[in-house]
Design a protein around this ligand. Sequence first.
Ligand code: SF4
Length: 277
Amino acid sequence: MSFAQEKIEKKVFDASCLKTAACLRAFYFTYLRKVGKKGGRLPLLFGTAMHLALERHYKGESVDSSLEAFDSLPSFSVSGDDLRTKDRGKAIFLNYLALYKKEDFTILHAETDFVLPFPGFSYSGRIDLVIRFLEQIYIMDHKTSGRSCSSYYFNYFRPDMSTTGYCYACKELMGECAGAQISVLSTARNPKVPFMRAIVNHTPQETEDWREEVIHRAETVIIAYNRWRNGLSYRKAFPRTTNLCSEYGGCPFRELCIYGDSQRFLYVDTSVHEKKE
Ligand code: SF4
């Protein structure tokens, strides 16, 4: 049984898992069928390397140690992608450090894991940073974007299941949370605005709705999973939700949903099976 499936068995869900469950078929392909996005690993690897470099930096490690995070990336262009090489990752990171040489916040916690109990399941995640900024407590989340930074980008985080979840968890852990500071690093070629930060707040109503959404999605996944484990075919247990097929440049599973899951269209992604320490 894969690590991803083990978590489902234990009824431990995180934001990306519940977001994917907006279409149960996509959830099935992602977490239970090992189907990945063909040729789409480099952006993920690049984002992971950048995240690791930032984690080391904010934990107080040396610049050299942070830069080593990019060693997992190729030194040359792969499939024509010359934007996500090792050198480019290092250059973006060093420019970020130069811009934010003196931070205007204090770090309270770095890389904080949390597990929140819900009726019948748990909601887990990891907060990049818990910070004190202008006498208030915020969470800080770093993101990479393929476009030049703009204020429009921050609309993605309101409403957003992950961000509201981080703020909710921060409130549970620290007793307060004034909102989220989203810090964006552009990976675009010569971006007009390479870095940008903004505060994203949440109304009490958003938080209440987030709770209901988490409960609804988790319960839906548990029911579908149990039906599938009891022998129902995946097509019946995990029905499609077709209004999401064209979102964000198109769902990676479109061919499977249109032509069926013949081997011709299957690409096995082992990443969802690797246990992340
Ligand atoms: S193509 Fe559409 S229906 Fe199929 S998995 Fe993706 S979002 Fe769901």
